[in-house]
Design a protein around this ligand. Structure first.
Ligand SMILES: Cc1cc2nc3c(=O)[nH]c(=O)nc-3n(C[C@H](O)[C@H](O)[C@H](O)COP(=O)(O)OP(=O)(O)OC[C@H]3O[C@@H](n4cnc5c(N)ncnc54)[C@H](O)[C@@H]3O)c2cc1C
Length: 447
């Protein structure tokens, strides 16, 4: 979609980051720290995306699959340490599976990082201000202004309280999670599986007044799986007393003693359709009432729970994925393919929700590597795409859609964009040795 009428150009920057989730934050801060003039725009009123407006947490593991070495550091780790200093996070080295911050889950939850979404918002604002990143909230990206050849983005049009505005830039980074910029610039995208089906979404919420001692006692008596109450929930569903199609009880303790609840489930045909998204959000909120009721009735320690807040953003695990010349696959992850253009290592397992759900765990041992080329879309020369909509197949997405890898993708994209500005090259021509040098000096683990 091209806009054809007069729209004021309000800023000209080197790098425009669109979407301010974990990927966008890391991209903007790293591009600015490497000398670029950066603006980050988001439709909401806070950075963090799912981590703040979506109330999603904890950060899944930043360690290798053996839980022996932290492999995701860089801006992710800096954000965490800054939150810890404000009392808003617990260090990943101090978190073990089978404990309240991991919802007493026993597999794959060592070294998660519980955090407060409010601490995240403040730290993100501070990091942007210190790096000299201009932050534009309440700005919904609508359309790109392309060059005549249709292969370069010249400006991005946003809907704001001022009406429509345009921001020009030399390099663009799409961190919308839905690949909005890429899609509207003509980059081929995939949506879900071959039939267009995606993983279901969930609306997170936060509760207080959990009697943790009582809950802990149940876990001690019945084993860590006690919190799942699968059979009880299934019976409730069968008897028509409960309509949420998900049988796991999942309560994650936050640093302030509240718990975040990841139990709702909504199916969407198209998470980018605003009407469907609205209906699904309302459905998620209605489920919260049912889930609260279920927890009060079934789960010892939850009898007196109260609702603190539901998420502003419905959590969508999957929408569009861009097509690059290269697509990272689940096989690459399981086979631990080594890439010359590695931008980070990760150890998170493939967590595929809904449908034929299969939770793959990368073979124990070393972390897998993720290459720079997943950030490069087909067709548009001056665009990088970081986060949930990078060039991945569904199983690779299921592994690296969690927040620590998403931070790492953003950091690499921002660093690469700054190199593009410095060297006058396109993202596909970035010198990988130079990218590696900068990432290493910024505490990113590459080997
Ligand atoms: C239900 C659910 C549970 C999850 N559980 C966990 C978990 O426990 N631990 C974990 O580590 N990960 C978890 N994840 C994964 C993780 O939260 C996300 O995949 C990750 O945060 C995505 O980051 P992102 O930066 O790519 O996108 P997002 O966080 O979605 O950020 C995108 C940002 O772009 C903005 N935006 C979007 N479109 C536009 C536009 N057109 N114009 C302007 N701004 C726009 C949004 O407002 C948002 O701020 C979960 C995800 C879901 C959905």
């Amino acid at each position: 979609m091209q806009m054809t009428f007069d729209i004021p150009v309000v800023r000209e920057v080197d790098v425009l980051v669109i979407g301010g989730g974990c990927a966008g934050l890391a991209a903007a801060v790293s591009a600015a720290r490497h000398g670029a003039k950066v603006l980050i725009a988001d439709a909401n009123n806070a950075l963090g995306g799912m981590a703040t407006s979506g109330l999603v947490g904890p950060f899944m593991t930043c360690y290798d699959p053996m839980a022996t070495r932290q492999v995701i550091k860089g801006i992710f780790d800096e954000t965490v340490r800054r939150m810890i200093a404000k009392g808003g996070a617990i260090a990943p080295e101090n978190v073990k599976s089978g404990t309240p911050p991991t919802a007493w889950r026993v597999k794959g939850h060592d070294n998660c990082t519980p955090f407060s979404h409010e601490a995240f918002k403040v730290v993100a604002d501070e990091m942007c201000a210190e790096a000299g990143v201009e932050v534009l909230y309440h700005a919904l990206f609508m359309a790109p202004r392309m060059n005549a050849a249709g292969d370069t983005i010249e400006g991005a049009v946003f809907a704001t309280k001022m009406g429509m505005i345009e921001i020009r830039a030399k390099q663009f980074i799409d961190c919308t999670g839905d690949g909005d910029v890429a899609y509207r610039s003509g980059v081929p995208c995939q949506y879900g599986d071959e039939a267009g089906k995606t993983q279901p979404g969930s609306l997170f919420f936060i509760i207080r007044n959990v009697d943790k001692a009582k809950l802990e006692k149940i876990c001690e008596e019945k084993g860590p799986a006690a919190l799942y109450f699968q059979a009880d929930v299934e019976r409730e569903i069968e008897e028509g007393r409960y309509s949420v199609p998900r049988n796991k009880v999942a309560l994650y303790e936050n640093p302030d003693g509240t718990f975040r609840v990841n139990m709702s489930r909504v199916e969407l045909k198209d998470g980018c359709d605003p009407f469907e998204l609205s209906a699904a959000t309302a459905k998620g909120r209605a489920q919260v009432e049912e889930i609260m009721d279920l927890l009060r009735r079934l789960v010892p320690g939850c009898e007196k729970i109260e609702l603190v807040s539901t998420a502003t953003l419905l959590g969508l695990r999957e929408t569009r994925r861009i097509q690059g010349d290269f697509v990272l696959t689940g096989e690459d992850i399981l086979g631990k393919t080594k890439f010359d253009d590695v931008i980070f290592l990760a150890g998170s397992s493939m967590d595929m929700h809904g449908g034929r759900a299969v939770n793959y765990t990368p073979a124990q041992g070393e972390a897998y590597s993720v290459p720079y080329r997943i950030l490069l879309p087909k067709k548009v020369c001056n665009l990088l795409v970081a986060g949930r909509s990078a060039s991945l197949d569904r199983r690779a997405l299921a592994a690296i859609r969690v927040m620590p890898p998403v931070f790492a993708m953003g950091q690499a994209a921002g660093t690469a964009a700054a190199i593009c500005i410095e060297d006058g090259v396109a993202p596909k021509d970035v010198c990988i040795a130079k990218l590696h040098e900068k990432l290493l000096s910024d505490n990113v683990v590459l080997a």
